[in-house]
Design a binder for this molecule. Structure first.
Ligand code: UFG
Length: 329
């Protein structure tokens, strides 16, 4: 039986495929390569170029392979873009989930591991954030992910599909050998933007806001290594294989690092000067997002290995140095 990875050519999807293949799983990927990269595809996985919103494409995959479970990464994931183009996000994310769940029901596939986000919480009422805290997304991206979770909940009750939803905090880093990593056409994430300065691709990094109620005035985030995230998907598959009930888990390190701390750490890791400018707040950024991942540790047995942000940034640096133009290199 195989694991179907939707969005296996994307950043987190490609790392999950790597870990699945390393463990000896049979992996099938479907990806429309809209934001994913051909160069990120794992040669050991069977690849279908197709869109999850196309029921015929999904029927072909489900009929040609014996799929045991789905791991679903195929979605748009930029907060700012989602505010500008909410309907794009509702179409690709929410409608995509509908077509995928319909195909799973049609083909009697009973398990799904879903890529969710800290953005489902919105502005947190307490830190660290727990899974049963209020969800009140402040942007369409978070709203679509929360809606997708709700769709799985109701479908699980009606059709018996069991799910695990993994709410990632700030995904970062790359496979240690630098063969796969983070490559977005429009880059908005802090670590790749910081590293563009020592790479000579950007003059400076702008800090968005220095007047937050945090120790140094800049936002605190919980950075979690992409391989630790990937491993949580393998544990979630094991959990569902053992008959585990549908559930939701936060994935983070449980420590907040400020934007200033991240820049200082990047200077140490790269050994290069990084010019910094200070700007105003970016709309919609909460002051702090820090996870409690106790539930994932307890129930899934998850034990993240990259607690040190210098190590996380180090793996990103190895990737970006090897591939300054992403998968174009
Ligand atoms: N930041 C800067 N300058 C930049 C880019 C980012 O100061 O040039 C700051 C942001 O203001 C934020 C922090 O760096 O405080 C991290 O920003 P990212 O864009 O890297 O990540 P976010 O915390 O905004 O986003 C993450 C995930 C999203 C998820 C979101 C939940 O990447 O998928 O958390 O709010 F939706």
């Amino acid at each position: 039986m195989a694991i179907l990875v939707c969005g296996g050519a994307g950043y987190i999807g490609s790392h999950a495929v790597h870990q699945l293949v390393e463990r000896g799983e049979d992996v099938v990927i479907i990806d429309n390569l809209q934001t994913g990269h051909r160069g990120a595809l794992n040669p050991a996985a069977k690849f279908y170029e197709g869109d999850i919103r196309d029921p015929k494409a999904l029927d072909k995959v489900f009929m040609e392979n014996r799929i045991e479970a789905v791991v679903h990464f195929a979605a748009n994931s930029l907060v700012g873009e989602s505010v500008e183009k909410p309907l794009l996000y509702f179409n690709n994310n929410v409608y995509g989930m509908q077509v995928l769940l319909e195909a799973m029901v049609r083909h009697h596939v009973g398990a799904i591991v879903f890529s969710s986000t800290a953005a489902v919480y919105g502005e947190p009422k307490r830190i660290p954030i727990l899974e049963d805290d209020e969800t009140n997304p402040t942007n369409p991206y978070g709203e679509t992910k929360r809606t997708m979770e709700k769709m799985m909940k109701w479908v699980s009750r009606a059709n018996g599909i069991r799910y695990v939803s993994l709410r990632y905090f700030n995904a970062a880093g790359a496979l240690e050998d630098g063969s796969i990593g983070e490559a977005h056409t429009t880059e908005t994430h802090l670590i790749p933007l910081i590293l563009q300065v020592p790479l000579g691709k950007r003059d400076h990094i702008t800090v968005f806001g220095t007047d937050y109620a945090t120790p140094d005035g800049t936002c605190l985030r919980d950075y979690i290594h992409v391989i630790d995230l990937a491993d949580a998907h393998l544990l979630a598959i094991d959990y569902l294989r053992k008959g585990g009930e549908s559930d939701v888990f936060n994935l983070g390190n449980g420590h907040g690092f400020s934007v200033r701390e991240m820049i200082e750490t990047a200077k140490n890791v790269t050994g290069k000067a990084i010019k910094v400018e200070y700007g105003g707040r970016r709309a919609g950024d909460p002051a702090q997002l820090i996870a409690s991942s106790e539930k994932a540790r307890k129930v899934l047995g998850w034990n993240p290995h990259y607690a040190d942000v210098a190590k996380i940034i180090g793996t990103a640096w190895t990737w970006h140095k090897k591939h300054p133009n992403g998968y174009a290199d």
